[in-house]
Design a protein around this ligand. Structure first.
Ligand SMILES: *Cc1c(COP(=O)(O)O)cnc(C)c1O
Length: 376
């Protein structure tokens, strides 16, 4: 382990870069012969793009997807020789993108014109990708505009298309009719640019069948240990552990209550352990009053009372006194309490649990010990 950041005293967030690299290899093998890229938007789903991008580049990944141009520019120097894409398009810092080799996704005819003008200003050809919307109605060229680009190729003068792609709305629901509808629509549309590599699948899309993989896949969540399968065991390796030390243990006997609003009523002799994680750290406030849990000395214990800004309280009455002391570790996220489980308990999804992991945590990166792999 190496490289801690964050605030002294805050909980320790361990990120296993080796597990991320192994998850990438597993997905790359499954999708082969398609290439496997890596969505690393939102700071690599909250885990730290500055660490994750170089680790995946060492593993052989060559295609990294960010949301905003600035996210890609921020790590450009850490990963020379790989392709960095900005999914939102040339929405800012356009000439800097061109100069530093950040490849925009062009989502509208206006964005196509912006990037074509940037190529003219730069006096050289610029790389680009096209996103066509096949049914999500969120971001990407309308099919009619995409067809227009195929009919009027002068609109793409000075641009080299590296990829045409679309995004699935329901890949985590295998039987959903929109999957087949989007696949059919995408097959028809990508054929308008037959020489350009095509991509459709996110994490769950890779598991819908080989016909969804095309030339490149874009799994994000699964890299970070989130289950790409609904209602089936998680094939991915766990990546994160969030460990907080108990800072106080107290005996509380009825009648008494715990926390703000006196919402947790103590009904008998109890012991309460307080740990220094709260909603300011991204721990969902909705996990109060028994909905959240922690692992203390191997046992699951409930979060009681409300989640405060900087603290939560655990009912440790079931553990013998010597097993819970100040300094005892409580695991809030890990293989046994994974982001999917926490997300479900909080009324959200594992993606949101990861991307909200707070800035105070002391981040510790478990480095990938395996050697570099050949590029693919
Ligand atoms: C975020 C995103 C992905 C990755 O999706 P996951 O469900 O995390 O695998 C792929 N493609 C696009 C366009 C995205 O925005």
């Amino acid at each position: 382990m190496a490289v801690a950041s964050g605030i002294a005293g805050a909980a320790r967030l361990e990120v296993d870069l080796g597990a991320i690299a192994r998850n990438w290899r597993q997905l790359a093998d499954r999708a082969a012969p398609a290439r496997c890229g890596a969505p690393v938007k939102a700071d690599a789903y909250g885990l730290g793009a500055a660490k994750v991008v170089p680790a995946l580049a060492r593993a052989g990944c060559r295609d990294f997807f960010f949301a905003h141009p600035g996210e890609a520019l921020a790590v450009r120097d850490l990963a020379p020789g790989v392709r960095l894409y900005a999914l939102h398009g040339p929405t800012a810092a356009v000439d800097e993108m061109a100069a530093r080799g950040v490849v925009p996704t062009l989502n509208t005819l206006d964005q196509v014109a912006v990037w074509r003008d940037a190529a003219a200003r730069a006096g050289r050809r610029l790389p680009a990708t096209l996103q066509v919307d096949t049914g999500m109605n969120r971001l990407g060229l309308e099919p009619a505009d995409f067809e227009r680009l195929a009919r009027e190729p002068a609109r793409l003068d000075g641009l080299d298309l590296l990829l045409v792609f679309s995004h699935l709305a329901c890949a985590d629901i295998p039987g959903h009719p929109l999957n087949a509808a989007q696949l059919a629509a995408f097959r028809r549309l990508r054929a308008l640019f037959p020489a350009v590599p095509a991509a459709l699948a996110n994490s769950s899309g890779i598991f819908l069948g080989p016909e969804y993989s095309f030339d490149l896949v874009r799994p994000g969540a699964a890299l970070y240990g989130i289950n790409p399968l609904t209602g089936a065991p998680n094939p991915m390796e766990p990546v994160v552990r969030l460990v907080a030390e108990v800072i106080q243990v107290r005996r509380v006997d009825a009648p008494a209550s715990v926390g703000y609003g006196a919402e947790h009523a103590v009904t008998g002799p109890s012991r309460v352990a307080t740990i220094a994680v709260g909603y300011a750290d991204g721990y969902p406030r909705s996990l109060g009053n028994g909905r959240g849990q922690a692992l203390v000395d191997g046992e699951r214990v409930p979060v009681i009372g409300r989640v405060s800004m900087d603290l939560i309280t655990l009912d440790v009455s079931s553990l013998a006194e010597h097993r819970v002391q100040p300094g005892t570790e409580a695991i809030l996220l890990g293989p046994e309490i994974d982001p999917d489980l926490v997300g479900t308990a909080a009324g959200t999804i594992g993606y949101e649990i990861l991307t909200r992991l707070g800035p105070r945590y002391r981040r510790v990166y478990v480095e990938d010990t395996a050697g570099a792999a050949p590029a693919r």
